[in-house]
Design a protein around this ligand. Structure first.
Ligand code: FAD
Length: 502
């Protein structure tokens, strides 16, 4: 057997930060940002992301986090396709290790888009005549461990019209020449994009399903745009990192605000080598199901979520201990319920990896049924988690002070020490703990997290309708209806048909 020579080009944290200073156009509060990694709206989030890259080089973690792909590149385990159950189990472990570094608070760490990009190692042919582009992007992505975001969704306007009638706003083709294509239009919120290397630009499954051949070709595009592509603008939302006065006041927002940006393309140039689908409605409809992205992104998302839930369980327990309510029956029941929610999500990841199905090429992907279930359960979970905090910690998180400077105010010192103490917890430690609770559940950062958890995987109805569609296509609903038919065939208006009960 031929031995593969290992090539390790994975970025370190420092290399990752340097790579983001590439002249990209990010608009923030009326200005174009000079260097995103030094700007106070993004600086710490960039450093939190950089820690993931450093972990890839940590001798203690390297075996669990990385592997050698079939081309010889050392890469993150989820950045290459899985070929066996064992690969999937190891991928989950690698995702888990990365997520623990940021406690599950950064949804779009680079392993998210790896759910899609890895599959291009096997499925590049799908993109013919641009298949070579897909394979070249896989190699670039896996070898360096690139951080990619994606934009799939049209802006929230004129949704009831045919897409071709909103072409002046939705992303579409302006022209092409021998060098590449030129596109204009906007795409809805690219999470983490300011801190990524490239954006994967596609069409969401819902929009793709209503596209019409011989009408929507100019919107039938899939390509990858480097973040410094000429004509690409990121319009950032407000930054909670910027608003965070101190880590003491906003311990999560001050380091994990991955930001979201509206992506605007204005006559943006995309070289041919970065084009994957060009004016092909049928391919645009099929690329997501063919990739196995759905099965895989739900593994990443559910793994992130159970880690985040472990953090939340710790928070709720410490919060109730601080208030001295942890011995009460209803409080213990709430904590038990939160633990069971974490365990259900963990169990779904186990079902996903231990009951895989064939993917594109030689790959295997997590179970579709379980991925669809995790998507619905995970996205609905957050409102209930918040409810458990609201009803279990009551008003304790609001028994606080106005900011970190109160900690240093001599006039408040004895008040904090006496009246702000928790059960077996000094006043300053209690305030520190509940500031963390506040940032996780009630701050602006937390509000955006709630919105993210509920929407990032598509609207509520679409999630449920997709699950019905999958079950219909796979014959599962026929089997379910068959059970009812069987039960009804036992009797009729004249009595029992089945001799057992005659
Ligand atoms: C914080 C955050 C981060 C995000 N990050 C990303 C990202 O990185 N990349 C990305 O591509 N997207 C991202 N999104 C967008 C996300 O994918 C969408 O919000 C999600 O798919 C839901 O789509 P929508 O917001 O357009 O809502 P809609 O689809 O408009 O749904 C809103 C409501 O309208 C109803 N509705 C809509 N259309 C119809 C119809 N035709 N018939 C009947 N009812 C209808 C829905 O059922 C729902 O109740 C992000 C969103 C958020 C909130």
């Amino acid at each position: 057997m031929e031995t593969i020579q290992e090539i390790n080009q994975l970025m370190t944290g420092e290399e990752y930060l340097d790579s983001l200073n590439d002249g990209r156009e990010i608009w923030f509060d009326g200005e174009i940002i000079e260097n995103v990694t030094e700007h106070p709206a993004f600086r710490n989030a960039a450093r939190s992301m950089a820690r993931l890259y450093d972990a890839l080089h940590d001798p203690e973690l390297q075996d669990d986090l990385t592997t050698i792909d079939k081309f010889g590149h050392r890469t993150h385990r989820f950045f290459e396709p899985a070929y066996t159950v064992e690969d999937l189990v190891k991928s989950r472990k690698a995702i888990d290790i990365w997520q623990r570094i940021n406690y599950g608070w950064m949804g779009r760490s680079p392993d998210y888009k790896a759910a899609f990009m890895a599959q291009m190692a096997e499925g590049y042919d799908y993109y013919a005549p641009y298949g070579d582009n897909a394979l070249a992007w896989y190699k670039k992505f896996a070898s360096k461990g690139l951080h990619m975001n994606h934009v799939l969704i049209d802006p929230p306007v004129d949704r009831a019209k045919p897409r071709s009638e909103v072409q002046h706003i939705y992303l579409s083709l302006d022209k092409s020449d021998d060098k590449g294509i030129y596109v204009s239009g906007a795409k809805m919120v690219a999470t983490g994009s300011a801190l990524t290397h490239a954006t994967f630009v596609g069409v969401g499954a819902g929009a793709a399903s209503i596209m019409k051949p011989n009408q929507d070709e100019d919107l039938a595009l899939v390509f990858i745009a480097k973040m410094n592509a000429p004509g690409l603008k990121m319009i950032s939302r407000p930054s909670y990192e910027l608003k965070a006065n101190s880590p003491f006041d906003a311990p999560l927002a001050s380091r994990f605000d991955e930001n979201d940006a509206v992506m605007v393309f204005e006559n943006c140039f995309i070289p041919w080598e970065d084009v994957l689908i060009y004016r092909d409605v049928e391919k645009v409809r099929g690329y997501q199901p063919a990739s196995g992205f759905f099965n895989r992104y739900n593994l990443q998302a559910a793994t992130r979520l159970y880690v985040k839930l472990e953090f939340c369980i710790g928070l709720l327990m410490k919060g109730t201990e601080a208030s001295g309510t942890n011995q009460f029956r209803g409080v213990q029941a709430a904590i038990g319920e939160l633990i069971s929610m974490r365990n259900v999500i963990y169990g779904l990841t186990s079902a996903m990896v231990y009951e895989p199905e064939p993917g594109i090429g030689d790959s295997v992907v997590p179970s579709l049924q379980m991925a669809a279930a995790a998507r619905i359960y995970g996205t609905s979970a957050w409102t209930h988690i918040r409810h458990l905090f609201e009803t279990t910690l009551g008003g304790a998180p609001s028994y606080t002070v106005s900011g970190v400077n109160d900690m240093h105010a001599l006039g408040l010192s004895h008040i904090i020490d006496t009246y702000y103490q928790g059960t077996n917890l000094p006043g300053r430690e209690r305030i520190k703990l509940f500031n963390l609770v506040w940032d996780a559940l009630y701050s602006e950062f937390a509000g955006r997290h709630g919105l993210y958890e509920q929407n990032y995987a598509g609207s509520k109805d679409i999630q449920r309708m997709n699950t019905l569609q999958f079950a219909t296509v796979r014959g599962e609903v026929d089997a379910y209806k068959g059970l009812v038919d069987q039960a009804m065939s036992d009797y009729d208006a004249d009595g029992w048909v089945n001799s057992v009960w005659k």
